[in-house]
Design a binder for this molecule. Structure first.
Ligand code: TYD
Ligand code: MG
Length: 464
């Protein structure tokens, strides 16, 4: 039986506290810790420790553990397969987060439409839209609505009962914020309801080998309500993102037990649903072909695919007491540290300038290989000297100004060649030793520190 006990949880990040605190030690927000009636039981503690059937587990020699071969399911969307790590793993639970209206329901309806063609039994649970709304969307997307089953409910107990009888292979829960477990007192959408509902769904899916996509609405600060408490319950967390006004959508893996983190799939929203973008490098460049101040190209590689993207910077003199630093898609701390390095090495007067930097196309890049291209864009804007459109850069910069190598150098150079780049500035250790595959196709400029980088900037850039 459930033994209700009091617990305290942060409504922002899901941190569990032992008492009411003014400030959450995890996310630093104030007045966000609330008391909840927790239905956590001994049972669910076992459940937390994994899905391996903790109650009747026994100590086993690792080599003698039986391994089950699982065959991934092809979703017929190669961009989604890529993010999943090569297809959908049976019995896996995937949380898909994103802003309302970004296209979460659309992509999942397309996916289940594809899966019905493989004789998989699909059940779509809707807590938000009516069955007729979903039918209309399905018809618009030309999916096979005959073989998709729908159940409109928000009561997890009822849903699990129906699912136990219906025995689906694939389950969609749209959305987790509307679901509630009747035993839990708080209202749907609260951290405890979201957590308990996800736990119930995951428990069902794991025991019945059902693959499930759970849709979650993102909160303003970019996190799904209670991400910390959900992350360990689900197998994968994907975010669906896109720039306002742009038709392009990126699906990024934030966590994946069956694939790489930061893997990205790219789609374009059209009249008839989401279409795959198989060669996305071109969409992350601005349409502006002229050489401009404050723009540099880079080859990024987060996940399994290298991409050419554009970084833009605007450095402008400021008369305000405090200068502004705005970063869109890049890390603010790294910008501060790169401006500090440039102040020393190039005598740049960034302390008296407002600086805005962004990644074109609404991408968020977390790898440090952005340091070198960001420095190029900053110098280009500050000194009003443009860089060639057929040159690109990558590399990490250390605190002492050394340029450090980054993973997958060769792959990045090959991607640059593929896109007609003529010059590439790379960390010295990333420069290829043998001249067989790249010779003649591209000029590689290896650099060891910021001083050499500034010199390279002066050589490559030109004044209007
Ligand atoms: P939706 O999948 O409902 O978003 P979410 O579930 O993330 O809230 O997507 C809604 C948006 O997508 C809406 O603005 C209309 C647009 N859309 C298209 O452009 N083409 C289509 O074929 C469909 C179905 C939706
Ligand atoms: Mg929706």
């Amino acid at each position: 039986m459930a033994k209700p006990k009091k617990s305290y949880i942060c409504t922002e990040c899901g941190y569990k506290a032992s008492k009411i605190l003014g400030k959450c030690p995890e996310c630093g927000e104030f007045q966000t810790i609330v008391e909840i009636e927790d239905s956590e039981t001994e049972d669910s503690v076992n459940f937390h420790q994994g899905y391996a059937g903790a109650s009747n587990a026994k100590i086993t020699r690792l080599s003698e553990v039986e391994t089950k071969e699982f065959k991934r399911i092809d979703t017929d969307l190669s961009e989604l397969n890529r993010v999943l790590g090569g297809g959908l793993v049976p019995g896996s639970v995937i949380l898909i987060g994103g802003d309302p209206g970004i296209g979460k329901s659309t992509i999942l309806l397309q996916v289940v439409g594809n899966l019905t063609k493989k004789n998989l039994k699909v059940l779509y649970i809707s807590g938000e839209e009516s069955s007729s709304q979903i039918k209309l969307r399905g018809e618009r997307l030309s999916v096979n609505t005959h073989d998709i089953f729908i159940y409109c409910s928000t009561n997890i107990k009822e849903i699990i009962e129906q699912c136990s009888e219906f025995k689906p292979d694939i389950l969609i829960v749209d959305s987790i914020q509307t679901m509630y477990v009747p035993d839990v007192k708080s209202s749907p959408g609260s951290v405890s309801q979201v957590k308990e509902s996800t736990q119930e769904i995951a428990r069902f899916c794991k025991t019945r080998n059902v693959s499930c996509f759970v849709i979650g609405h993102i909160t303003k600060d970019g996190t799904i309500a209670g991400p910390k408490v959900l992350e360990h319950i689900v197998d994968a967390v994907f975010y669906f993102e896109g720039e306002q006004g742009s038709k392009y959508r990126m699906l990024r893996s934030n966590k994946n037990r069956f694939g790489e983190v930061n893997e990205m799939g790219v789609f374009a929203m059209t009249e008839t649903g989401l279409k795959e973008v198989k060669n996305p490098s071109a969409i992350f460049l601005s349409k502006y072909d002229k050489e401009v101040y404050g723009s540099s190209l880079m080859v990024t590689k987060e996940g399994s695919r290298p991409l050419i993207i554009e970084i833009q910077a605007l450095v402008s003199e400021s008369n305000a007491e405090h200068v502004r630093r705005v970063c869109i898609g890049l890390d603010k701390d790294r910008l501060s540290f790169l401006t500090a390095i440039l102040q020393k090495a190039a005598k740049s007067k960034f302390y008296a300038h407002d600086i805005y930097v962004s990644v074109v196309g609404g991408l968020k890049i977390s790898e440090t290989a952005t340091d070198v291209p960001l420095v190029m864009a900053l110098l280009s804007s500050e000194q009003e000297r443009s860089l060639p459109r057929d040159a690109c850069y990558f590399g990490e910069i250390g605190l002492t100004g050394e340029v450090r190598p980054v993973p997958n150098g060769e792959e990045r150079i090959k991607e640059a060649i593929k896109h007609g780049i003529k010059t590439i500035v790379v960390p010295k250790q990333n420069a290829p030793k043998k001249a067989d595959w790249w010779d003649g196709k591209i000029t590689i400029i290896p650099i060891i520190d910021v001083i050499e980088l500034i010199k390279t900037f002066n050589d490559l850039s030109k004044k209007k």
